[in-house]
Design a binder for this molecule. Structure first.
Ligand code: SIN
Ligand code: CO
Length: 383
């Protein structure tokens, strides 16, 4: 773990680079063996359930074409010899070895992780100069990619309106690096970048993080509160004093509104319950529960006693929040309070993907049963 940033410790990375400035790490993953080959990646892009894109550009960078998967074998057969890139999202959800790769980043909260995307590019291929609103670790998996980096951009920055992908027309590179297999580039949000393949067979793994916008926080929390307020709870002014002009919205009126808002914004229990559920909502809600397994406690006991590893569904999100005696486990958008005997297992599940040596107590059996049924856990070999 400590070798991920070479000479730099994780603490130094967090203090000096995380969310602040780019960092290139040569040989972050020595002898990197990509767990997914280019052919396997192309195969994934044929699948209905897997989110994929093809970006094809003209060699002069003027024209850009965007196609969404699933693709067919013919699409790949018809691609030009250069200047295209295939991007497949959330490969970690489908390939356990890729999910394990994302675990190298668990010095950050796992509920901040969005997904691990893999791109394949033919010579010259890339997605063009753009910025993202998220932190990303770009691991070169095969071939060579040139990364040009520079400047901070936002939604007011000029962008081309005649192409289907974000292209910053005024973007200029300040730094330029060629990345070879095992090298990694960290980019904070909003830093302009342009990565293009130098030669064929360029594969890049992007470990992308996510952060809700203020709008999403306000909207999400309001929607959650919707179920918790009644029509009778209203702006009230029993202390109303005569005012000179009936049209005036007085300071006292604003105080009353602010006290409504404060009541919810100061309720940490409500906020934490909402936030845990919100941040663990699955990336692909339509696919949630597809792996649901109904098992009784006796069967679960037998599998645990036989040492069969219990695994987190790779597409599931686990987190917990503790406040005093209250411990809430959040899994795939659902929060549930754990009894004291369930807390060690809940913590264990949140900290890693695979688990053995789980004590076979009643509380654990109930928790595992519920999470198997929800499709958020599976026993290795029993899926
Ligand atoms: C890639 O082309 O692999 C990464 C795309 C990006 O810069 O976001
Ligand atoms: Co980007």
């Amino acid at each position: 773990m400590d070798t991920l940033f070479g000479e730099i410790s994780v603490e130094t990375f967090l203090r000096e680079y995380w969310q602040k400035k780019p960092l290139l790490i040569r040989n972050a993953f020595p002898d990197f063996e990509p767990p997914v080959s280019a052919d396997e990646l192309a195969g994934m892009a044929l699948e209905q359930d897997i989110e994929s894109r093809l970006i094809i550009q003209s060699a002069d960078g003027k024209e850009w074409e965007l196609k969404h998967g699933p693709f067919s074998e013919e699409t790949f057969a018809e691609l030009p010899p250069s200047h295209w890139s295939l991007l497949v999202q959330a490969v970690d959800h489908w390939v356990p070895e890729v999910s394990e790769l994302a675990e190298h980043f668990n010095f950050l909260p796992n509920w901040r992780l969005d997904d691990l995307m893999i791109s394949y590019a033919a010579d010259g291929g890339g997605v063009g100069p753009h910025y993202d609103n998220y932190d990303v670790f770009l691991i070169q998996a095969s071939g060579t990619r040139c990364w040009e980096v520079g400047g901070l951009y936002d939604e007011n920055s000029p962008r081309r309106d005649d192409v289907p992908v974000m292209i910053l027309p005024e973007w200029e590179a300040e730094q330029r690096w060629e990345l070879n297999p095992g090298d990694m580039l960290y980019l904070p949000p909003r830093v302009g970048h342009n990565g293009y393949a130098v030669g064929d067979d360029c594969m890049t793994y992007s470990v992308g993080f996510r952060a809700p916008s203020h709008q999403e926080v306000l909207e999400g929390y309001s929607r959650y509160l919707d179920n918790l307020t009644t029509a009778e709870e209203r702006y009230a002014d029993p202390d109303f004093k005569l005012q000179n002009n009936p049209g005036e919205i007085t300071d006292q009126a604003i105080d009353r509104v602010q006290s409504i808002l404060r009541r919810y914004s100061e309720d940490r229990e409500l906020i934490s319950h909402w936030f845990g559920e919100f941040m663990t909502e699955p990336k692909y809600p339509d696919q949630a529960g597809e792996n649901s397994v109904e098992m009784d406690e006796g069967e679960i006991r037998n599998l645990l006693s036989a040492g069969i590893p219990l695994c987190r569904n790779e597409g599931s999100r686990f987190a917990f929040h503790r406040s005093g005696d209250l411990f809430i486990l959040f899994v795939d958008g659902k929060g549930c309070a754990c009894s004291p005997d369930q807390i060690p297992l809940a913590e264990q599940l949140c900290s890693a993907l695979y688990h053995t040596d789980i004590p076979v107590g009643d509380g654990n059996l109930q928790l595992i049963k519920a999470l198997l049924l929800q499709g958020s856990l599976y026993f290795l070999g029993e899926e």
